[in-house]
Design a protein around this ligand. Structure first.
Ligand code: ZN
Length: 228
């Protein structure tokens, strides 16, 4: 968990911060000015994802779920449910290993294997890919190009993986990065790589996030819509 937390602070491209949004807007998920991309990483998780799906359904919001192949493999029905309820499925990798430690063939296979499993289970072909910890290597860039996918990180995160995170802290962190038109928000629907139960902070932030976006006249949408 300590490794995961450190990793989320992230080396490589993600540590460049605000400059990153200016240099590589598309990579960061800077999308349409009237919408905000809502994304969840690390699921699907039987312990938590159903609660996120229920909350989103109540709010009438669709999102993008960047799934891990090894999690999807253990909960295929959840993968089907995510797609059936109109959400988008993206690839986070088969495992959550740091790609700085992997070879190109290993990275390529992480993506390829997860893509095939998503197609088998949910009957959809994912367009977006987000590597674990947001660590973008040359291998990732090559792999997405050869597999006809798009790599997308985020403009703002809720730091919801921390044990001390609360619904309020998640909203506060998201606003630091900007809950504004064009933003892409990163949250987690599973604690499989972070502090146990930390997903509760994100879940409890959802309704306030949704109300805030309604007030600001911004639509929370999946990336396919945000990056149209
Ligand atoms: Zn992750």
């Amino acid at each position: 968990m300590a490794v995961a937390a450190l990793g989320h602070v992230g080396p490589a491209v993600t540590s460049i911060g605000p400059l990153r949004k200016k240099l590589w807007p598309q990579l960061c998920g800077v999308g349409n000015t009237h919408s905000i991309g809502l994304t969840f990483d690390d699921g699907p998780d039987p312990a938590s994802t159903p609660l996120f799906l229920a909350a989103l359904s109540e709010m009438g919001v669709k999102a993008t779920f960047f799934v891990l192949g090894e999690m999807l493999d253990k909960a295929p029905e959840l993968g089907r449910q995510i797609a059936a309820e109109g959400h988008e499925i993206g690839i986070h990798g088969w495992t959550h290993r740091n790609h700085l430690l992997l070879s190109y063939p290993q990275i390529r296979d992480e993506i390829r294997r997860t893509k095939a499993r998503i197609q088998d289970i949910a009957g959809v072909t994912p367009r977006f890919y987000r590597p674990p910890y947001g660590v973008v290597t040359g291998g990732d860039l090559l792999a997405v190009r050869t597999q006809d996918m798009e790599l997308v990180l985020w403009t703002s995160w809720g730091k919801d993986w921390q044990a001390r995170a609360t619904g309020e802290s998640v909203i506060e962190e998201l606003k630091k990065g900007g809950v504004v038109g064009g933003a892409t928000l990163l949250l987690h629907d599973s604690d499989c790589t972070s502090a146990p139960g930390s997903w509760r902070s994100s879940l409890s932030a959802l309704s306030e996030l949704s109300s805030y976006c309604v007030e600001q006249r911004l639509d929370l949408v999946p990336l396919a819509e945000h990056m149209k």
